[in-house]
Design a binder for this molecule. Structure first.
Ligand SMILES: [Zn+2]
Length: 485
């Protein structure tokens, strides 16, 4: 009896302590990270003898591709025919991507699974998916995962951190299932409004030139050690002289042979993936369908991809406003300071090296890459605050949420720093109250320091990374140092 009593006492004690802790502490709200494209690999015939990784490609497949390309490329560069090289190129590259393709109705041709399934974790649960799939189908999977996470932690709501393509899936999910399960959504570098790059590629506007390619690569050569500066200078000023004639030859090749490359490779492999169609911006969409698809043969696919384009994307802005009004915390984090991949006719827009900054920020006005808004520029919307970046490149006043959109310069599309955790934690803790004015640590414009991996408020001193002035100053010091030794 005594034993039983003490047992009950202990039980009551534990229970009441737990209840007190629960009453005093905040309810735990789990966070789900809605990952970007290809965050997990694609596997064919998972668990079977024929199992094979098909995206990213296995090393053997890449090696075979390179081996099959070397001889035709040398022949072509020595004056061989463009048409013959086009055939060799497609024949070499296509097998590497063959197994990711969908049929003309928008269904996977092969038996494909993702390598890593979505995973529940106290810190950040991770939602992974097959990036090729119809976003409306992925939305079902995301909903299922949100329900699982909620049940696991006995939580009523979750936070979503949507990155890159994760923004597309999050938008499809909210459109289909509403936002009653959401406490907060942070949109980081998302593709939900599309990418100019894909719009251009899907309308046949392939184009690149040597100096632009060199400039693009040069953008990634951060750092101010003399070695980095020398490499940067070589790429910037010397490489174009050598590479230019070759690249111009290749550029002409793509111009003349693009029909073969699109018909035999690009359309067949990438043209029928519903996931990628969500990347085509509204202004390119109808033209892209005409260019890539056949109205009758691809009718089922078109029916699928039209849903994101016409039933989800046009509602994103009004839904975000409604979410805010109903107490959901919403914020944007957008990167800039880079041009887009210089593979199309339109490439001067400000980007994070992949997605347009005006898209990832929900509508900022941005200067072109390498330019500023101009000395006489006046903020587009006068709301009593300054929303122009210290470097005069971004006007955030035209954003959907000008007070809740943060910009990070010098941060590539897929990058982030440890400081993002603090920024996210601050946004989530403050609920709807966190704005670009509420914390001096996180003003609207931040600067990534590649040297020490920090994200700091942008100032007049740190706002120009990788500038010619810095390059020349360090190159001069380096040369001076040589003579002093
Ligand atoms: Zn304002």
């Amino acid at each position: 009896m005594k034993k039983l009593l003490s047992f009950i006492l202990v039980f009551v004690l534990i229970f009441s302590c737990g209840a007190v802790a629960f009453a005093q502490g905040e309810e735990y709200i789990p966070t789900v990270h809605v990952t970007g494209m290809a965050n997990t690999d694609l596997i064919m015939d998972k668990g079977l003898e024929t199992e094979k990784q098909v995206f990213g490609a296995e090393e053997d497949d890449m090696n075979t591709m390179i081996q099959n390309l070397v001889f035709p490329l040398v022949l072509f560069l020595l004056g061989g025919s463009e048409a013959r090289f086009a055939v060799s190129l497609v024949d070499a590259v296509k097998p590497v991507f063959e197994h990711i393709k969908y049929d003309g109705n928008g269904e996977s041709v092969y038996n494909i699974s993702i390598e890593d399934e979505p995973e529940i974790d106290y810190d950040y649960s991770t939602f992974t998916y097959d990036w090729r799939a119809d976003p409306m189908t992925v939305a079902d999977e995301l909903n299922e995962f949100v329900e699982k996470v909620k049940a696991h932690y006995a939580a009523e709501k979750v936070n979503l951190i949507a990155e890159s393509m994760g923004g597309v899936m999050t938008s499809a999910y909210i459109c289909k299932y509403g936002y009653s399960d959401l406490n907060a959504v942070i949109y980081r570098s998302t593709a939900m409004y599309g990418l100019t790059l894909i719009g251009e590629l899907y309308t046949g506007r392939f184009d690149f030139e040597a100096d632009e390619l060199a400039q693009y690569i040069n953008n990634f050569m951060f750092g101010e050690s003399s070695q980095q500066v020398i490499i940067r200078s070589l790429i910037r000023y010397v490489a174009p002289l050598i590479v230019s004639p070759l690249i111009n030859k290749i550029d002409r090749f793509f111009e003349n042979e693009s029909e073969h490359i699109y018909d035999e490779f690009l359309i067949d492999i990438f043209g029928y993936l519903p996931g990628l169609w969500s990347f085509v911006p509204a202004e390119y969409y109808e033209e892209a369908k005409k260019f890539m698809l056949d109205e009758e043969e691809n009718a089922e696919l078109i029916e699928k991809i039209d849903v994101y384009q016409y039933e989800v994307r046009p509602l994103i802005n009004s839904t975000i406003k409604a979410m805010e009004a109903d107490g959901v915390t919403v914020a944007f984090v957008s990167h800039y300071g880079f041009s887009a991949i210089p593979a199309t006719q339109s490439k001067s827009y400000m980007a994070d090296a992949l997605i347009d900054t005006r898209y990832t920020s929900g509508g900022a006005t941005c200067s072109d890459f390498g330019k500023t808004l101009g000395d006489n520029y006046v903020q587009a919307v006068n709301d009593g605050h300054n929303h122009i970046s210290p470097d005069n490149i971004i006007d955030a006043s035209t954003c959907l949420l000008p007070e809740k959109t943060w910009f990070v310069k010098g941060m590539l599309h897929t990058w982030y720093s440890d400081d993002y955790r603090d920024l996210y934690a601050y946004i989530l803790q403050m609920k709807g109250e966190a704005t670009v004015y509420s914390n001096p640590r996180f003003p609207q414009f931040l600067m990534n320091s590649e040297d020490d991996g920090t994200t700091l408020p942008m100032t007049e001193e740190n706002m120009n990374f990788n500038s010619d002035k810095v390059t020349f100053a360090i190159a001069f010091d380096f040369i001076k140092g040589l003579f002093q030794k």
